[in-house]
Design a protein around this ligand. Sequence first.
Ligand SMILES: Nc1ncnc2c1ncn2[C@@H]1O[C@H](COP(=O)(O)OP(=O)(O)OP(=O)(O)O)[C@@H](O)[C@H]1O
Ligand SMILES: [Mg+2]
Length: 226
Amino acid sequence: MISFNLEGVRFSYTDATNDLIVDIGKWSVNPGEKIFLYGPSGCGKSTFLNIISGMLEASEGKVEVLGKRLDQMSPRQRDRFRAHHIGYVFQQFNLIPYLDAVANIQLARYFYKGNDPIVIRQEIEELLFTLNVSSSDWYKPAQKLSIGQQQRIAIARAFINKPEILIADEPTSSLDGDNREKFMSLLTALVAKNHTTLIFVSHDKTLSKSFDRSEAFSEITKVGAE
Ligand SMILES: Nc1ncnc2c1ncn2[C@@H]1O[C@H](COP(=O)(O)OP(=O)(O)OP(=O)(O)O)[C@@H](O)[C@H]1O
Ligand SMILES: [Mg+2]
């Protein structure tokens, strides 16, 4: 099933048409494809990711994700859909600061399945282990961990429900060079293992080498094209 299929999608934060942020003719992504999206600050990348994950509602157009029309869903239905099918890694402020790693990940499971008493702690611990988070850090409040550790826990949280799609919005921008490399190799390994469709946004084009397709945001949206 095709991961994304967008047609005639327009979005503005206000009704004024001159404030159009996103204007897409057609855009589609196949299952398991890894897309690298780049563009200057303020061009609308985060807005776009919020639309394709259903956090924002398109002003018009078709937003089809895994064969389902997000544009025809209520906000609640979209939230539910996202919890089941899409993992999201944000630029920063990923985690609830006073909860430890395991609790942060459990919370994502809670949104997926409701108050499931059989929260599989072992599954969480295995994932943290895979992501090189040392066991002595599993039960520390997130705010006491380094940014690099927090970002790895954020990937674990995004992956715990085995989403078909992973969206990452500049997840490496607060990491130094060494941590950025490690983050990218952990991410690409997990994505490859799970055949996850990946939409990755960054302005750092040197990261684009591990992707199937690299697109400037200005190529897919008509805003500011002339
Ligand atoms: N909640 C909002 N209300 C009104 N305008 C907004 C809102 N969020 C973003 N914008 C505007 O929409 C435009 C696109 O913002 P967006 O955050 O999508 O850009 P971006 O490409 O992700 O930038 P960056 O690389 O800095 O993260 C900007 O002009 C921004 O000021
Ligand atoms: Mg952004």
